[in-house]
Design a protein. Structure first.
Length: 417
């Protein structure tokens, strides 16, 4: 009798194991790390909503070649230790095949582990440090890297504003060099990531560079920094933080008569900047990863439909470009997973190899993304910088600058900056 009971238990466990294996084989598991409560939640909440909506859409339309997408989305509050703990949960408990990451500090901190684990990691950090596969072979980004964006923004301002705008005519005619300063959070890896690159570009273009100003990500008052910068009399300020902090700094600069123009990294330039900054941000220039939410783009109808279906309590009037970025991120992941699955390579090395076969891939164009080329020697998503400007209170795309075409002798050497 006892032997029969033991046999029954063993048989039941085998059935459970086989059933679990079949379930796992019929679904594709993805981890999504988000900041919805921390220092970058001003942009993180919108992106997290877009990610949820996009996953629902792709499950509704067939998943990964018929396999259901099971995604695990966790908030880590922009805390690096929490990100490390959550990654271990993705790997050891949730058994994901890919992670959609968030911030620069945590993504760079996790990079050695991710690469040792051969875990494909597509992050919302576009740090140039993550784009050199000799150092970070399993890291990928879904937008033009921060350093290329920064170079593109200052180049656009130099060519389209400094050389043409009547505002600066007197200084141009006197032969004055454009003066430039950076406002950003010094200890924050995201904010500091492109500083070396933008200063290199400023030097290349003949700027005079003034002292950096340390502006916290959560800054509510930046008057002391503006007054210090005013001593240098800058023509141009680079803002490297997220939207709320950037809005604070530009409003203080406007109120105190700094007189400079403003260029902004992509996570600080969006519809909310226009709302928060008012007249102070009119004419400001910034980088963008895709179309702005308020613009027209081919995928807009399904984006709006899935807001209504998945998150009706978070309506379109409260959305910004970050929602569209969430769709870009998920779309890139899903399409690469489909390709890897069709090739029978739905594993870390196979997914990495699939990313590295993308050549002028147009899968993100419906969201205003760029053509994507990724190779085994260069994980930069694109050399093209989408430039936006606040015009009549709304962010509007004004240019797409190909930095490789503009600086062909420099492009290869900029990898990993």
């Amino acid at each position: 009798m006892r032997i029969k009971k033991i046999f029954a238990i063993v048989l039941a466990l085998l059935v459970i194991g086989i059933t679990a294996s079949r379930v796992l084989a019929q679904e594709v598991r993805i981890g999504a790390l988000q900041d919805t409560t921390g220092a970058t939640s001003d942009v993180g909440k919108n992106e997290a909503a877009g990610v949820r909506e996009a996953f629902q859409y792709y499950n509704d339309t067939g998943g990964i070649n018929g396999k259901k997408i099971r995604y695990f989305q966790y908030d880590y509050g922009y805390r690096v230790p929490e990100a490390i703990t959550t990654y271990k949960r993705f790997r050891d408990f949730d058994k994901v095949v890919m992670v959609l990451g968030w911030g620069t500090g945590d993504t760079e901190a996790l990079s050695p582990t991710v690469n040792a684990d051969k875990m494909p990691y597509l992050s919302s950090s576009f740090s140039g440090h993550l784009c050199d596969p000799k150092k970070t072979p399993y890291n990928f980004v879904y937008g033009t890297d921060y350093s290329t964006n920064a170079r593109g923004c200052i180049t656009y301002w130099f060519e389209e504003v400094w050389k043409k705008d009547p505002k600066w005519k007197a200084d141009r005619e006197k032969g004055v060099k454009p003066r430039f300063v950076c406002f950003y959070s010094w200890p924050t890896p995201y904010s500091s990531a492109p500083i070396k690159a933008i200063k290199d570009q400023a030097t290349l273009l003949g700027f005079e560079i003034g002292p950096d100003q340390d502006v916290p990500l959560t800054a509510l008052d930046t008057k002391s920094q503006v007054l210090k910068a005013k001593e240098f009399k800058p023509h141009l300020v680079w803002h490297g933080n997220t939207t709320m902090s950037v809005a604070t700094a530009i409003k203080d600069a406007y109120a105190l008569g700094l007189g400079a123009d403003h260029i902004i990294n992509n996570w600080g330039f969006d519809e909310d900047l226009a709302k928060l900054g008012g007249a102070a941000v009119e004419g400001a220039i910034g980088a963008a990863a895709c179309s702005f939410f308020v613009e027209d783009y081919p995928a807009k109808k399904k984006v709006l439909d899935y807001i209504k279906k998945v998150n009706p309590g978070f309506p379109p009037e409260a959305r910004q470009i970050r929602t569209v970025q969430g769709w870009v991120k998920v779309t890139m992941a899903v399409e690469v997973l489909k390709m890897a699955d069709k090739a029978g390579k739905l594993n870390g090395p196979g997914i990495k190899e699939t990313y590295e076969t993308l050549r002028n891939w147009d899968g993100l164009k419906e969201f205003g993304g760029q053509l994507v080329t990724i190779t085994p020697t260069d994980h930069r998503y694109s050399s093209i910088v989408k430039v936006g400007r606040i015009i009549k209170g709304k962010p509007t795309t004004v240019a797409n600058i190909d930095m490789r075409a503009k600086f062909p002798d420099k492009w290869a050497s900029w990898l990993g900056w």
